[in-house]
Ligand binder design. Structure first.
Ligand code: HGY
Ligand code: MN
Ligand code: MN
Ligand code: MN
Length: 395
């Protein structure tokens, strides 16, 4: 099956006809439909599928035991996200295997294609949930304490997907992951060539800011008598933007919830989630401190309260230079660049698995949006590059 037809099939799953975006939260019906499509493709290729207790999958070409070379990515998405973030790595992996088989290549070690669950954390609020549990960096207890926005606990979501929650925990799949290479659409616009190689993943964190105020009548309460948490939040959002620019870092409040969320009532509470990232951990820590300081000062002025809770913080990931340079060599000097986006590859690298990433050029740099895009020719160049890398690593 050509990349084009694989891509057409997969990207038709769960696409919102109005926005062109995808909302594939972990273990939701559309994400399961994409996962079943993947399983069908693996079966059609005679790949032996192994799964773990949270639903991560690796489909193997070659021997049924022993460490191998794994590629792949994720099939879940952010809310109303783009088509490429995640699925491009999974579809390209299948196309790369087809290409290697068509050439008559026989891997000397098992070659696996992985699909890792809830990488975006868009349903349960924990990025790289599947890979973190698999790597043992997020305990089963902490994972099973998570609920989605409708209050559905992870255990129930797993049961509804036919997965026994009792199996959640460190994954046997990683015992066979000798090397991991993830192909991913570029998220940003640094690439001047169709394919690049990742040098590092920026440190990044998600922080919950809870602003407490005093509910009151929007029409009768004098302005000077108000303790309005929306005001404190608004000034904090401005401070985050300013501080990030000053630090050469990145920060945004992309999610907010307001209590009681009425048009004619001063809110009692505003909860907002900050996503902050920087080129190094020290800068990220200074950025968060600066934002928190300004928020605290503003809260004092507004007579509101503030609580900042880190929900997930990831340190910098520097991919091993030997493996990185080996890929650059195979790809005749592909450009090397960092990324501000988190990936399962970062979790596996942190777990001590030799890991590398390939990026496929994204002409506008837009991601986590229906406008996310990659040229077909660049996607085909990505498949060719991935096949060459897998051939080199598994020859
Ligand atoms: O949020 C991220 O950085 C990634 O796209 N999951
Ligand atoms: Mn993403
Ligand atoms: Mn991704
Ligand atoms: Mn009234």
């Amino acid at each position: 099956m050509s990349f084009e037809s694989l891509w057409a099939d997969q990207s038709a799953i769960g696409r919102n006809p109005e926005t062109g975006g995808y909302t594939r939260g972990g273990w939701t019906p559309t994400e399961r439909e994409a996962t079943h499509w993947f399983l069908d493709q693996c079966a059609a290729r005679g790949l032996a599928v192994e799964s773990d207790g949270i639903g991560n999958l690796i489909a193997w070409w070659g021997a049924s035991d022993g460490p191998g070379v794994v590629t792949g990515s994720h099939l879940d998405s952010v809310i109303d996200g783009g088509a490429f973030d995640g699925p491009l790595g999974v579809v390209s992996a299948l196309a790369a295997i087809d290409r290697l088989r068509a050439e008559g290549f026989e891997p000397s070690v098992p070659l696996g294609v992985g699909a890792f669950v809830e990488e975006e954390g868009s349903r349960f609020g924990m990025p790289c949930l599947g890979s973190r549990v698999a790597a043992g960096v997020l305990s089963a207890e902490k994972a099973l304490a998570l609920t989605d926005r409708a209050g559905v606990p992870l255990a129930l979501a797993l049961e509804q997907a036919g997965i026994d929650p009792a199996g959640v925990g460190p994954s046997p799949l990683l015992q066979r992951m000798g090397t991991f290479v993830e192909l991913h659409v570029e998220q940003g616009r640094g690439l001047t060539a169709p394919v690049g190689v990742a040098s590092s993943i920026w440190p990044h964190g998600r922080f919950r800011f809870t602003f407490g105020g005093e509910a009151n009548h929007a029409g009768t309460t004098l302005m000077e008598d108000r303790h309005d948490p929306m005001l404190t939040y608004a000034m904090t959002a401005l401070a985050a933007n300013k501080q990030a620019r000053l630090a050469g870092a990145r920060a945004t409040f992309g999610r907010i919830s307001v209590e009681p969320n009425g048009t004619n009532a001063v809110p009692s509470q505003v909860t907002a989630w900050l996503d902050a990232r920087a080129a190094d951990t020290a800068t990220l820590e200074l950025l968060l401190a600066a934002i928190t300081k300004q928020a605290t000062e503003r809260a004092e002025r507004d007579g509101t309260t503030l609580e900042v809770t880190p929900e997930s913080v990831s340190p910098i990931v520097n991919f091993p230079t030997g493996l990185r340079d080996r890929l650059v060599g195979v790809l005749d000097g592909a450009p090397v660049l960092p990324t501000g986006a988190g990936h399962d590859a970062g979790v596996f690298s942190d777990a001590g698995i030799p890991t590398a990433m390939l990026f496929v050029r994204n002409p506008t740099g837009i991601s986590h949006s229906p406008a996310e895009y990659a040229e077909q020719d660049d996607c085909l160049a990505g498949v060719e590059a991935l096949a060459a890398v897998l051939k080199d690593l598994a020859k």
